[in-house]
Design a protein around this ligand. Sequence first.
Ligand code: ADQ
Length: 411
Amino acid sequence: MASPKIFGIVLAGGEGKRLMPLTVDRAKPAVPFAGGYRLIDFALSNLINSGLRQVVVLTQYKSHSLDRHVSQTWRLSGILNAYVASVPAQQRVGKRWFSGSADAIFQSLNLIRDEKPDIVVVVGADHVYRMDFRQMIDAHIENEAGVTVAGIRQPISLAYQFGVIETDPANPQRIAAFREKPTDALGLPDSPHEILASMGNYVFDADVLIDAVTRDADIENSKHDMGGDIVPAFVDRGEAYVYDLNRNDVPGSTDRDKYYWRDVGTIESFFDAHQDLISALPVFNLYNAEWPIFTQQLNLPPAKFVRDAAGEVGAVIDSIVSLGSVLSGSHIERSVLGSGVVAESARIVDSIVFEKAQIGAGAVVERAILDKEVVVAPGAQVGVDHAADRARGFTVTETGIVVVGKGQTVA
Ligand code: ADQ
């Protein structure tokens, strides 16, 4: 293939139940991340930086804020037929929702047929990472693979959350076995505490993908799932290959974030991924200008740090503060603040605060996630007394992260 025509599909219809209450009324890919971003911005930035110019985002569950974000932020030029289009379930095939990720593609085949690409890249929408898909596509073409699955080593304790890949000893790029979310996975021969996990990103020749999801649609006991049904069928025929992320060389990456990939499917992993951003030498570097992560440009004034009414100064340490925030005499440490956050003489430590939260005078926020427009009353505390937090109806995770849902008040 001289210069293949590539089409991108972002699967963005998942519910994100384990991120509740952050997904009460937004789809998981629309959950805010790192101040001003949404989770989907990472997948889309990777595709656009890899040179893709025709990308569709398949949505279904609570898709309003996701649709709005994609259509407002991801406007490419129309002249070159360049687009990122958010496409809700259209019920072209029957009066039903998507029954799984493969069915989402099956119901959207008209979008692929319209563009007539050579190659289709299918990616999930809820991971934080950098990846140059051109390098994976080159490997796919070289191997003459039916499907190429992106893989990364993960701790064996997480095997039950992932598609687990076993490779052929004679050809370590060929997948010998693929099991979706096994509870009895074995470790890798050279590293018994790790498995090779599917990242949920796939490269297909377009005609091969069309054929696979069309055939799968007729299989009665299929769950119509990419990881559960489509990939295993390729493995059975010996046509599935793995592309290990550690072969990927992203411009501007540092040694620390070279092979960084986080599945932020739970409150704990969402919280940890934020901690990866904020130290002086971050594990994941948002400031790599050679592989930018794009998001909506807000028309807001710069963040401002001033004394409080009593003239007390504050401090902001190992933290990210977004545009439009005004922090007076507040102590902010190891925290990530979204846009338009207002805090007065407050203490915010080890926390993630979404846009437009208001934190009143003398309030304390510790190891907490405050959703958009949360109000913490003057003198109130959250994350300090977990029994009190539970009694007020806030979510408290096993490791003691408190989550306050959108628009709620901490009295
Ligand atoms: P999961 O993420 O658990 O595992 P799934 O729930 O199918 O699998 O979600 C995959 C992607 O598809 C997500 O981005 C989700 O938003 C989206 N999606 C799910 N259902 C959809 C639907 N009906 N319509 C549109 N989009 C939908 C997958 C793979 C594993 C792999 C992990 C990596 O199945 O093999 O290890 O991703 O996180």
